[in-house]
Design a protein around this ligand. Structure first.
Ligand code: PAF
Length: 279
């Protein structure tokens, strides 16, 4: 496994694989890798001859009062994880490699990013789409794999690739949970034992809502209320609980088409997101 720190080295290494007729899959991450990320790597390995993991805590997707400085980082551990999973290369740039001091071009998605995390975190998705397009341009990957925990992010990236004719196939892999149901996230590390226990109300609420939906409930408000009550009773601060059309991310009153029931809530200072699909 090779560690690539510069764009020139990355292009040279990946071009040499391409010259041998090999295809390349990219798994973009911000590091502090967990089993959820590794499931993306496993998916990537099925889709291409070579797998590149990018590890970069992208400053432009964090708001001024967010957790950029304390975002967990442990490159040695990430490196060991990638090696153990048969990753071919890690692209591990620093800020000077990724952003010129006078960087002034951005990719902005103007519809799907208006709601949910986009409404709660102004500028977040502009930072995500910009860095992801840069990663695509740097690696010229054939395939890129994203996780469904960030369902809105995955949808926005698919829209960007479609609208800007980016020649990359996007694969969205299933959400991975801890054995007790908590959606895996690098930010789970911030939770105290008590917060973590209370945060299980998110996945429990989503499970109950899924069961209610399976039993025939189609009113979005009833499904959301169930989730909200569980989180509020556990002392969580709700950012949003919504049922959205899965293609347009427009709110649904009645679930009469493929939908996503999505949650963002704070336990302590930690903002967690989770979702289930309603089909
Ligand atoms: O999902 C993430 O970890 C990040 O948003 C991504 C896609 C790596 C872009 O920085």
């Amino acid at each position: 496994m090779i560690i690539l720190r510069s764009i020139a080295d990355t292009r040279a290494a990946l071009d040499s694989w391409r010259r041998q007729g090999q295809t390349i899959a990219l798994v973009p991450t911000m590091g502090y890798l967990h089993e959820g990320h590794m499931s993306l790597v496993d998916e990537a390995k099925k889709r291409a001859d070579r797998v590149v993991v990018s590890i970069y805590v992208n400053p432009t997707q964090f708001g001024p009062n967010e957790d950029l400085d304390k975002y967990p980082r442990d490159f040695a551990r990430d490196e060991a994880c990638c090696k153990a999973h048969g990753v071919d290369a890690i692209f591990y740039p620093d800020n000077a490699v990724m952003y010129c001091p006078d960087h002034s071009c951005w990719v902005t998605e103007e519809s799907l990013s208006q709601t949910m995390c986009g409404a709660a975190r102004p500028g977040h998705f502009r930072g995500v789409t910009t860095v992801v397009l840069k990663l695509f341009n740097i690696t010229r990957c054939d395939v890129a794999v994203f996780g469904r925990k960030d369902a809105q992010q995955a949808l926005i990236i698919c829209r960007m690739v479609r609208d800007l004719n980016v020649p990359v196939e996007i694969v969205v892999a299933p959400l991975v949970r801890e054995p007790d149901g908590l959606a895996m996230s690098s930010r789970n590390k911030y939770l105290s034992d008590d917060e973590r226990r209370r945060a299980l109300s998110i996945s429990a609420g989503l499970n109950q809502a899924t069961a209610l939906f399976a039993g025939g409930q189609r009113q979005a408000a009833a499904l959301c209320d169930l989730v909200k009550t569980g989180i509020a009773n556990a002392g969580g601060k709700i950012d949003y609980v919504v049922v959205m059309d899965r293609d347009s991310l427009r709110p649904l009153a009645t679930v009469d088409r493929p939908a996503v029931l999505a949650v963002a809530a704070f336990f302590g200072k930690t903002r967690l997101i989770d979702n289930v699909f309603l089909d």
